[in-house]
Ligand binder design. Structure first.
Ligand code: SAH
Length: 346
């Protein structure tokens, strides 16, 4: 097994069968081997720096009905909210003072936030905070829309591919959503010039070592700038309420392997990881991550952006606890920095 990790480090890619072996036969001692390599690869590009992103969950309206997601349109029990531009700029103001130099606008696919409104919002953010990066994570849009947002100044875009296997994709989403379109969107984003992020949930229903291998193959071919992965966590008001959740351990292994595959990757230790384990974020860093995304949304809406049950939203993941995050990271040997934290090209 160690030979496979060595091969990945040397060639930055593996065959499908090799991925399957690594995923199926992962174990603690192999993990240590992976994490050590991952850390030394990260060191070469990013040193011991931790980049922070202020996450603003600006709307939980969504026209989509993904079976796993708590803010899916069929969840009638959810109270919906949509922040105004001025509320969002207030979040940025607080975030800037705290030292954030990247703002991530994430939301459901909300028709109430038209392209024009997004363009205006991005322009305002870039005018007020020209030294900050703006990341969008607002789902599948037309290429022209992505172009307009980019023209307005958006720097990065996160759009998890969710799974690279079309059959698996079918089992996670209603018919009107296709893997083909998702991938097309990702290609458009990269072509336009965004620092582009894909990713998937670990342990999503019907996922297998085989589909995970396809995810890793997709990523090695697509060569994104960022990859977001986190454990699947069931939400009680979704069709997947009674499904089993994903594992922290496998998520960590995959973070390590992603780091070795693409050493200069921007790789967050995600909120879902922090939700399942009190030290999830530090463990994510130890496995090879280099980004954390504290929550900058106004406190009163945080509990309404529940993608999954028990999502942490008032503890350490919150931007207000930045001082504590800095200290924990420092104790673990990392330095939280105030900079945009752009992708470093080879
Ligand atoms: N509407 C945007 C943002 C989606 S929310 C988009 O389509 O890209 C961001 C991510 O949260 C999703 O891509 C999904 O991978 C993750 N997510 C959703 N429900 C989840 C759950 N139950 N457990 C863990 N992660 C979940």
């Amino acid at each position: 097994m160690r030979e496979l990790v060595d091969k990945l480090q040397e060639e930055r890619r593996l065959e499908k069968q090799e991925w399957i072996c690594l995923i199926q036969d992962r174990n603690e001692s192999l993990d240590e081997y992976i994490f050590e390599k991952a850390r030394s690869e990260r060191e070469l590009y990013y040193g011991n720096k931790v980049y922070i992103r202020g996450l603003i969950e600006f709307t939980n309206y969504c026209k989509n009905d993904c079976y796993y997601c708590g803010i899916r349109r069929s969840n009638k029990k959810l109270e919906r909210y949509r922040l105004t531009e001025s509320q969002i700029l207030d979040c940025c103001d607080i975030g800037y003072e705290l030292g954030f130099r990247t703002f991530v606008l994430q939301g459901g696919e909300d028709g109430g936030y038209t392209d024009e409104k997004i363009v205006h919002l991005v322009q305002s953010m870039k005018a007020l905070y020209p030294d900050c990066a703006v990341t969008l994570s607002i789902g599948e849009k037309k290429k022209e829309s992505y172009e307009a947002f980019f023209q307005a100044g958006a720097d990065r875009y996160l759009l998890r591919h969710e799974t690279a296997n079309a059959n698996h994709y079918r089992k996670l989403h209603p018919e009107e959503l296709t893997l083909e379109n998702r991938i097309q969107c990702l290609m458009n984003l990269k072509e336009i010039g965004y620092q582009t992020g894909c990713g998937f949930m670990v342990g999503s229903p019907y996922q297998t070592a085989d589909t995970l291998a396809e995810d890793m193959m997709f990523i090695q071919n697509f060569q994104p700038h960022m990859v977001g992965i986190g454990p699947f966590i069931p939400h009680h008001q979704t069709p997947f309420a009674d499904m089993e959740g994903g594992s922290v351990e496998l998520t960590l292994t995959l973070l390590g392997l992603l780091r070795i595959m693409i050493p200069n990757l921007l790789l967050p230790a995600t909120t879902a990881l922090g939700t399942l384990h009190p030290r999830g974020r530090e463990r994510g860093m130890a496995a090879g991550a280099n980004v954390v995304m504290p929550n900058l949304s106004p406190i009163d809406v945080r509990e309404k952006y529940l993608l999954y049950d028990n999502k942490i939203c008032t503890g350490d993941e919150a931007a207000e606890s930045l001082q504590h995050l800095k200290q924990t990271m420092k104790d673990a040997g990392y330095e939280v920095v105030t900079s945009r934290g752009d992708f470093i090209h080879k």
